[in-house]
Design a protein around this ligand. Structure first.
Ligand SMILES: [Zn+2]
Length: 107
């Protein structure tokens, strides 16, 4: 087993890995990049649009989760699903010994 440690953060998400062909447009010119589905920025942006707010805070997201807001739980479920797909790809490609997920929304 290779000893590879990677820290997955919103800025180091292997952002251009495609997880959704014909998906959301990305600044890189592709569509369906991982960062458009599995970064904290994408989730917070999606939640802000859903709640018709300019921005949302982590504390607000936690409150919605604790109050079992179904819309927020659905969005978080999608986020975790896409995050899992990407982490699975990292494991299959690099076979790391350790992955540190430095993601506040899932900590
Ligand atoms: Zn991209």
């Amino acid at each position: 087993m290779r000893t590879v440690t990677t820290c997955i953060t919103p800025t180091r998400l292997n952002a251009e890995a495609l997880v959704a062909p014909d998906g959301r447009p990305c600044e890189c010119g592709n569509e369906g990049c991982w960062e458009k589905y599995a970064s904290e920025a994408s989730v917070l942006s999606t939640l802000a649009k859903q709640k018709k707010l300019f921005y949302v805070t982590y504390e607000k997201v936690l409150n919605w989760i604790y109050s079992e807001d179904e819309e927020v739980l659905g969005t978080m479920g999608q986020f975790i699903n896409y995050l899992s797909i990407g982490i699975n790809n990292i494991i299959n490609i690099f076979n790391p010994e350790t992955i540190l997920a430095c993601i506040r929304l899932v900590s």
